[in-house]
Design a binder for this molecule. Sequence first.
Ligand code: NAD
Length: 420
Amino acid sequence: MPSSRIPGFYKMSVQERLEKVAEFAGLGDEDKRLLLEKGLSLDIADRMIENVIGTFELPLGIATNFLIDGKDYLIPMAIEEASVVAAASNAAKMAREGGGFVTDYSGNIMIGQIQVVRLNDPYSAKFEVLRHRDEIIEKANEQDPILVNLGGGCKDVEARVIDTLRGKMLIVHLIVDVKDAMGANAVNTMAEAVAPLIERITGGKVCLRIISNLAVYRIARAKAVFKKEAIGGEEVVEGIMNAYAFAEADPFRCATHNKGIMNGISAVVIATGNDFRAVEAGAHSYAAMRGYKPLTTYEVNENGDLVGTIELPIAVGTIGGATKVNPLAKLSLKILGVSTAEELARVMAAVGLAQNFAALRALATEGIQRGHMELHARNIAIMAGASGEEVDMVVEELLKIGKIRMDVAKEVLEKLRARS
Ligand code: NAD
């Protein structure tokens, strides 16, 4: 099996990196051409959304070093923010020394919500809904024979009476196994289809019929042991524990802690053509279920090593939505080598943990600016007009001067050009 540990990957040219990835993932010439030249065509884009006038691109980077459940992965990440891909790769390298990431997944189960109002006796209506569970499931499953034939479909019905600004309402949940899809269309179709039946059963009026992004039955988990020697010793372990305790106790910090996790996860969600708003909404609402809390935990084991875990809902698909429409998304799945939604979610959980660990380690030691600054300087140098070898020279000079500013970059570039 090829290894995702590719020393010096970051120093290679784009072309060289692509060759390495092609070798790892078995990409052909057409795949390479898609990445380097073609991208998402206007023709396809015009069929994806409305009022298209062009396409909008993001850099696609590859995080290396990931060992997840004993399998090597190269991780495609689509993101505009510098340092994220490097940080993920670096964390994955450290996790490798403790055996990599192990993961867990609760199943491809989504919730469709049906809101019932105008009920005189909501608890009686709840009883009647549950009493007619089989009939509701049957009606829901008539909508999606493909899913049902694959072993998926509506599996259960839940009902809750909630207190609202407009009095008591009955909320019915369809519990649907969506298999390898993200599932929103599938579940929404079912929720709409059972609405008249639920009105008949309850005597009430159905309003909203829509999936919930708080996918509590679609939980992905990952764990990694970061050996203290691999991450910089006891002081780093203590620094990360302090950083974690800070996030656990303070929502202002926790928002940024969880944002850092999503830096990694959303980049993979986007690269694979999945719905990043859905995953973000799921992550933050899950984090807020018992007061807003970190999606990761950190502990120190008996050897003094750091043990990190992550737990969040990850509703992504390898089929449906844009995953099979956007050829770049298909290619990302090929690079990852995953074919099921389950495996994709497990990988994303591992990436989220890696990203969070890297951020905490940087914050607890040198701060994140050093890493950021070099990449920032690179952007500034390019914006100032540097090209080719000039870029490295301007970056070096800017870092030496300690002023990463456009005016300084222009000055440095002028001097450089005057000299040569
Ligand atoms: P979809 O309807 O395109 O594909 C799912 C369908 O594919 C299934 O219903 C099934 O009939 C078929 N299928 C074939 N092989 C399958 C397999 N192996 N596993 C599962 N299904 C298989 O897509 P979807 O996943 O139902 O919906 C995703 C889309 O919904 C995304 O584009 C998302 O942005 C959008 N959406 C999201 C929300 C939300 O998150 N709140 C709301 C509305 C729409």
